[in-house]
Design a protein around this ligand. Structure first.
Ligand SMILES: *Cc1c(COP(=O)(O)O)cnc(C)c1O
Length: 388
């Protein structure tokens, strides 16, 4: 028995529970159709909502940035890492979100960790939606603040928690996904903002799946709910609808200035690479100048819903107001089986299981670049699974 024997035992336990995960490789470019482990399949698993990850303009921007600035940014933003591109990108994000300033991190995960640990500590309270993304949850844990979860989107319970607990703490931060990443529903943002004001709390909304997708200008859930300009902290990623890599926080100039001084995952890490920065900047320009991409995405969501309603009315779709649609299944084994059958039929729509989510499901994400035939094929395969 070595000190490492337990690792293999632990893996066996994970396998027995059907919780084991492994990677699979996509060959070639990203898009609505991809080659997965050598097999061509229609891609309903991507976060590339607008199809920008393979866009020629983003590719050109990245290539040009590499030629001009090199491959690495060579240091943290406070030392040798900053290029004019970073500031251009931050201004573009702030302009899209209509906030005073923005700060880009090397990933969305790091943005959440950095912001939350900078904003709260031992004497403070974090109130967190139970379905929040791992980066919000771990940011809260790392901050050392006292954490209370509230039931998913339940503002009544949240209000009671604020009533009983708020007075015991110095600062309070409410954290929530705007579009819940594994469910597809939206947080009750106007109510959360009202509660935050009433109880003198900060509110951080994670727009990872909202930016570029929701709102007339693609500014996200905040715009969708008409809450643009209200005081809050918005987080987002450059890695989903924006087709690049990185994350950001946007809000007041004071907030951003504070984070530049206090967010460890920004200060002590290497600045975003020139290629990622340039492609994200180009993506934001496209989000603003080509609303037709967003319209096509929503058109595709409507088309899928229509077909499902017509051909599979009994299917249990979880509540969703986004391009993320999930079908609940009884357990992890069933979800895995359904995911495998879809894949065998040329449709990539993965099973999502605990511990990522409380209940097993198939998760489908739509893209602006899906064609009607792709969506029809998905429904056809789902129908054939239902009758088996
Ligand atoms: C993907 C995601 C993140 C992390 O963003 P990355 O840029 O991929 O690190 C954070 N929050 C939510 C809700 C996400 O879906």
């Amino acid at each position: 028995m070595s000190a490492y024997t337990w690792i293999n035992e632990s893996l066996q336990t994970i396998k027995k529970a059907n919780w084991y995960r492994s990677t699979q490789t996509i060959n070639g470019g990203s898009g609505a159709v991809v080659v997965l482990e050598g097999e061509s399949c229609i891609n309903f698993a991507s976060n590339d909502y607008l199809g920008l990850a393979g866009d020629e303009r983003l590719i050109t921007a990245a290539v040009n940035a590499v030629k001009e600035f090199g491959t690495g940014s060579t240091g943290s933003r406070l030392l040798t890492g900053q290029r004019s591109l970073h500031q251009q990108l931050e201004r573009a994000i702030a302009s899209l979100k209509q906030t005073q300033d923005a700060i880009v991190f090397s990933s969305g995960y790091l943005a959440n960790i950095g912001a939350i640990t900078a904003l709260v500590g031992k004497r403070d309270l974090v109130l967190s939606d139970q379905y929040n993304h791992s980066s919000l949850k771990n940011g809260a844990i790392l901050s050392g603040a006292n954490i209370t979860e509230y039931p998913h989107c339940n503002t009544e319970v949240l209000k009671n928690q604020l009533h009983s607990q708020r007075k015991n703490y110095r600062r309070c931060l409410i954290i929530t996904d705007s579009v819940f990443s594994m469910d597809g529903d939206l947080c009750p943002l106007p109510e959360l903002l009202d509660l935050a004001e009433e109880f003198n709390c900060m509110l951080l909304v994670d727009e990872a799946h909202g930016t570029g997708v929701l709102g007339k200008n693609g500014a996200g859930c905040v715009e969708h709910f008409g809450c643009t300009g209200r005081e809050l902290i918005q987080m987002g990623t450059l890695s989903k609808a924006l087709g690049s890599l990185g994350g950001y926080i946007t809000g007041s100039a004071t907030l951003i200035d504070y984070l530049r001084n206090r967010a460890p995952s920004w200060i002590y890490t290497t600045a975003l690479s020139p290629a990622d920065t340039a492609s994200a900047l180009t993506a934001i320009e496209i989000v603003s100048s080509e609303p037709q991409r967003r319209m096509q995405l929503w058109h595709n969501v409507e088309y899928l819903r229509e077909l499902l309603q017509k051909h599979l009315p009994e299917l249990k779709i979880l509540p969703s107001s986004s391009p993320i649609l999930c079908f609940q299944l009884a357990n992890a084994a069933d979800a895995l089986k359904a995911g495998k059958r879809l894949k065998d039929a040329g449709v990539f729509a993965p099973a999502i299981r605990p511990p990522t989510v409380p209940t097993s499901r198939i998760r489908i994400t739509l893209m602006a670049t899906h064609e009607n035939v792709h969506i029809e094929k998905l429904v056809e395969v789902l129908c054939s699974l239902a009758t088996k």
